[in-house]
Design a protein around this ligand. Structure first.
Ligand code: IMP
Ligand code: MG
Length: 178
């Protein structure tokens, strides 16, 4: 297996790009076969940009839309810690069936924040699709509807995912060598 260096850390090849293609094909089939109508995909930047671009071209549901959003942190006025806000939504998403696209779900903190941010919009439904998931560390109650591949608690990079903003361009997925 090929190894690479990123910022003085060694990563070894883990999921080949051909396997990623198969995983995405599977997810797209499940979404296409689901009863979700007029889906409005929300791709969570930055990590999901490649996953979203590959997946969306395989979605064949009429009236499919996609928007790219980002979760930002800012200090709350009452110093109760950081508040998260979803930025980048351009359109009214009320009464839409939302499908959140994530690159990887770890503890689930991010997905929980996205759910909280969507509370103020009167959406019809929210589903979640993720390329990778670490079930051993996920500790939230939100159901993850479409899971590409479950992986152990390893740190991965490539295919949009980063290690300190490096490695997003790698076509395969690599994992940190212990
Ligand atoms: P969570 O909030 O703990 O579920 O983590 C989700 C977010 O953290 C993802 O959107 C990724 O951006 C990042 N992340 C989690 N695990 C990894 C990893 O193994 N490699 C790169 N990024 C990760
Ligand atoms: Mg991310």
């Amino acid at each position: 297996m090929k190894e690479i260096n990123l910022k003085n850390k060694v990563f070894k090849q883990y999921i080949h790009k051909d396997e990623i293609d198969c995983i995405i094909e599977e997810i797209s089939k499940k979404i296409n076969q689901s009863k979700i109508q007029n889906p409005y995909f929300l791709a969570i930047l930055d990590g999901s940009f490649i996953f979203a671009s590959d997946l969306i071209r395989k979605i064949q549901i009429p009236n499919t839309q996609i928007s790219f959003v980002k979760l930002t942190s800012y200090e709350g006025i009452e110093s109760t810690g950081t508040v998260k806000e979803l930025i980048g939504l351009k359109e009214d998403i009320s009464n839409r069936n939302i499908i959140i696209l994530e690159d990887i779900i770890d503890t689930g903190n991010t997905i929980l924040e996205v759910f909280k941010s969507l509370e103020k919009y009167n959406v019809s439904s929210i589903s979640v699709a993720t390329l990778l998931m670490k079930p051993d560390v996920y500790n939230k109650d939100i159901e993850i509807n479409f899971i590409g591949k479950k992986i152990p608690n390893d740190f991965v990079v490539g295919y949009g995912m980063d290690f300190n903003e490096n490695g997003r361009n790698l076509p395969h997925i690599y994992k940190l060598k212990k």
